[in-house]
Design a protein around this ligand. Structure first.
Ligand code: MN
Length: 489
C-alpha cells in the first residue's frame, strides 16, 4: 500500500477537497513508526496505510482518514497525543484518542464481559467515526493474522465474530461485516471454510455462470422492452453466511447453495417495483419469500425488494432489487448517508457535523428496534464505563471516583488504595472519573484500613459499606478508648 492510492481514493470520492493533510499525516506517522516491523515482517507503516485505505474506501471523511493513518502513533511510538493535537488539531487528536481507548478493551470470552463490551462500544459512540477506524484497523489485523501465534489468532477471530461483526451489521456497514466474518470463519473453522470454498468457487462455478447467463438471457429483453435502465449482477454468497444457514437450519450445502442469487440495480424506486412485476410475470414466486424492505426498511436502515422465484429449470432464484443509493447504503451503512448528504450541499466541502448527523440518523432509525434501545445514549446518561489496565470494563454511576472504582474491582484493592493513575497521569482519589478513563489503582501492600474521609466523596453504596466496615477507628476514637469518661455525655 502507498499513500498515493489513499489520496487518489479519497479525492475520487471527494473531488475538489483540499486533502494535503493526508500526505502530512503520512509523513508524520512514517517517521514515528520508522524502524518498527509488523509480526509478518512488513514495515509497520503498512498497517496504518491499509487502515486509512479501507476508511477511504468506505467513504469516511477527511479527519477520519487522517486519524486512520495516525491511529497507532500515541500507543506505539514516542510521539504523544499532545503532539498530534498541535500538528493536526483537536478533532483528529480526539479521534485517535478514542481509538487508543477502544483498543484497551480486551475480550475474555466470558459472558458477562460480552454485554458490557457491547454497551461500552455503543456508549462511546458519541463519535461513531472512532468505531469506523477501529473496524478498519481490525480488518487489516485480521488479514495479517497468519503471523500470530494460534492462541492469539483464535482470540482475535472470536472477538471479531462476536462483537465487531454484529456491531458492523447493526450500523448497516455490510461490507465490513461480511469481510470480517469470512476472515474469522477461515481462522476458526479452517476445514469447513476450505471445504465450502472449494464447493462454491470450484465445483459449482461453471454451473453457476451458465445459469446466470440463462436468467439474463430471458430477463434482459423484457427489461429493455420496459425501458428500464438496469445493472444486473450475480450476488456472491459469503461463505460464513452459507455456513451459518447450514448450522441454523440443519441443511446440506447443496440445498442452500442451489439458491442462485442475483441483484438488479435501477435508477428509481418506481423502477424497483416495475422490475419486480416483470420478474413475477416471468416466473412463479415462491410463497412467503417476498419482502418489501423499501416500504418497511430494516431497523439498521436497509432497503431493498427481495423475492425468490422458481426460475429456469425450476431452480429457486433469489432477486434483490434496489436503487443505486440503497445499494451504497447497504455497503457503507451510515457512512453512505453522510456521503449523500454532503454531496447534496452546494457550498463545496464543509467540515460536516458528522457526529450530529449520525446521531440524527440514529434517531430516525431508532424507534422500532431493540438495537436502538441499546444505542440510545439516554440509557447511558447516568452510567460511565471505566477500563482497568488489564482491559476489563467496569460500569459505574456518573461522578464516581477512583475509590469507587477500586472497590468495584475488589474490596481488598479498595482498602489498600494509596493513589491513582488516570489515563497515564497521576490523579486524585476524590476526582470525578469520565467515561472511558483508564484507571490504575496504586495499592499499598501493608495498608490494612481505608480512610474514613473517603466517605465524604464516594458515590457507590458498595464503596461506602466497605469503608464503614473496614475503616480503622480514627485517632480520636482510639484516644477515646483510653480516656475513661469521655464517652459519657
Ligand atoms: Mn492498529
Amino acid at each position: 500500500m502507498n499513500i498515493e492510492r489513499i489520496i487518489k481514493k479519497f479525492s475520487d470520492n471527494n473531488p475538489g477537497v483540499d486533502n494535503s493533510i493526508i500526505e502530512k499525516a503520512f509523513l508524520f506517522a512514517d517517521a514515528a513508526h520508522s524502524g518498527q516491523m509488523r509480526k509478518n515482517g512488513e514495515p509497520y507503516i503498512q498497517h496504518p496505510l491499509h487502515t486509512a485505505y479501507i476508511l477511504a474506501e468506505i467513504r469516511a471523511d477527511l479527519p477520519t482518514v487522517v486519524a486512520g493513518l495516525l491511529h497507532d502513533v500515541p500507543e506505539d511510538t514516542d510521539r504523544t497525543l499532545e503532539e498530534l493535537e498541535l500538528e493536526f488539531g483537536s478533532e483528529i487528536a480526539s479521534l485517535v484518542e478514542g481509538v487508543t481507548k477502544l483498543s484497551k478493551i480486551k475480550y475474555r470470552g466470558i459472558e458477562r464481559y460480552r454485554e458490557n463490551l457491547k454497551k461500552m462500544f455503543l456508549a462511546m459512540t458519541s463519535d461513531l467515526r472512532v468505531i469506523f477506524i477501529k473496524f478498519c484497523d481490525r480488518l487489516n489485523n485480521l488479514r495479517t493474522l497468519e503471523s500470530l501465534p494460534p492462541e492469539k489468532r483464535r482470540r482475535i477471530a472470536e472477538e471479531t465474530l462476536e462483537i465487531y461483526a454484529p456491531i458492523a451489521g447493526l450500523l448497516g456497514i455490510g461490507r465490513l461485516k461480511w469481510q470480517m466474518e469470512d476472515l474469522c470463519f477461515k481462522y476458526l473453522y479452517p476445514d469447513k471454510f476450505h471445504e465450502l470454498e472449494y464447493e462454491y468457487e470450484v465445483e459449482k462455478k461453471v454451473e453457476r455462470q451458465r445459469f446466470f447467463q440463462k436468467v439474463k438471457g430471458i430477463l434482459t429483453p423484457k427489461l429493455e422492452e420496459a425501458k428500464v435502465n438496469y445493472e444486473i449482477e450475480e450476488r456472491f454468497k459469503h461463505l460464513y453466511s452459507i455456513y451459518k444457514k447450514m448450522q441454523e437450519k440443519d441443511r446440506k450445502f447443496n440445498e442452500i447453495y442451489d439458491v442462485f442469487a442475483l441483484r438488479i440495480i435501477v435508477p428509481t424506486i418506481d423502477d424497483c417495483y416495475k422490475v419486480l412485476g416483470i420478474i413475477h410475470t416471468l416466473w412463479k414466486p415462491k410463497s412467503n419469500r417476498f419482502k418489501d424492505y423499501i416500504a418497511v426498511p430494516k431497523p439498521n436502515g436497509y432497503r431493498s425488494l427481495h423475492t425468490t422465484i422458481f426460475g429456469p429449470e425450476g431452480k429457486p432464484t433469489e432477486f434483490q432489487i434496489r436503487t443505486k443509493e440503497m445499494h451504497e447504503e447497504s455497503i457503507y451503512g451510515i457512512a453512505a448517508h453522510w456521503y449523500y448528504k454532503s454531496k447534496n450541499t452546494h457550498s463545496g466541502y464543509q467540515q460536516p457535523k458528522w457526529v450530529n448527523e449520525i446521531i440524527d440518523i440514529q434517531k430516525e432509525i431508532t424507534n422500532t428496534s431493540e438495537f436502538v434501545k441499546n444505542i440510545k445514549m439516554d440509557i447511558f446518561r447516568d452510567r460511565i464505563f471505566i477500563f482497568s489496565p488489564r482491559g476489563d470494563v467496569f460500569e459505574l454511576p456518573e461522578k464516581s471516583t477512583p475509590i469507587d472504582f477500586a472497590y468495584a474491582v475488589h474490596g481488598n484493592v479498595g482498602n489498600k488504595t494509596a493513589g491513582v493513575i488516570i489515563n497515564d497521569k497521576l490523579g486524585k482519589l476524590d476526582q470525578e472519573l469520565k467515561n472511558g478513563d483508564l484507571v490504575e489503582i496504586i495499592v499499598e501492600k501493608n495498608r490494612q484500613h481505608p480512610n474514613k474521609d473517603w466517605l465524604k466523596f464516594v458515590k457507590t453504596k458498595r464503596a461506602r459499606d466497605q469503608i464503614k466496615q473496614h475503616a480503622k477507628k480514627s485517632t480520636f476514637d482510639n484516644i477515646k478508648r483510653f480516656i475513661p469518661g469521655i464517652n459519657k455525655k
